[in-house]
Design a binder for this molecule. Sequence first.
Ligand code: 7UC
Ligand code: FE
Length: 293
Amino acid sequence: MKVTPPPPGRIGARVDGFDPKTCTREQATELRQLVYRHKLLIFGNIELDDLAYLAMAKNFGKPQIYHQAHYHHPRHPEIFVSSNVPMDGKKVGVASTGRFWHSDYQFFDEPLSTTFVFPKIIPEGRRVTRYVDMVQALRTLPAHLRDALTNATCFHEAVMYYKVQPWDIDRAIAELMAEFRKHSPGAHHPAIITHPVTGEQALYISEGFTMSVDGMPHEQSQTVLREVFLHLNRSDLVQEHEWGKGDLMFWDNRQLNHMAGGGAPGQPSRSYRIGVYDGLPFYVGCKLEDTRL
Ligand code: 7UC
Ligand code: FE
């Protein structure tokens, strides 16, 4: 295996020569240490069928089953399908997921620690995923925002990104939102979190899911968040990573916000995500059910 680390101050190591079919728990443990360090790994030259992908992911922890079943692969519920191409003549998964700044499952009490994404049908055009290094974002955060967020918690929810499905026709948006909130009511987390392995602090706020700063008057909370979102869009913080056939992405949700970018709009595209709980608390002080691993 050949690891090419990113230039200093950047995220993302390239890993060549990784064979997912012979991956063991020990090797996965080593690669997890590498992802905590570089925040993102891109494995090159990967060929994987669905079962082998799932078997590999299990070495890294416990695969997640997404809370909405219409995202699931028809035979493997652990595979979250982002696709605009039918499978066996049927709609599969959800088209163009995650095209907004977020950290996966931030809106649950136990967020998703790590994410694999494996593109299966590669769209035409420039294919990138964008990331913001949230450790760097915290280091460069203007002092008045850091002061406002120190010891604060924020509320996160995903209802605004519910993707309307065929069976929702003729139903009121208010009813769809109430139904969504029943099984996914949102979650509160510290605005600044401490990584359980590296001990580094990161800002844990995203434009997609973070709704408010707890206990702050509404106007003030909106102002603080708007300023934080502007900061997170700073061109020196946003990093683009291009991908193509055979690339397998793996990243640490504790330290990154990400935004999916397909190819050109409307191009056929399909990718398979497997979210993996790594068995550690999401942040120091985060409650964890011990049944994970
Ligand atoms: O369809 C999507 O963009 C999915 C998004 C609302 N959630 C992904 C996640 O794991 O947080
Ligand atoms: Fe995502």
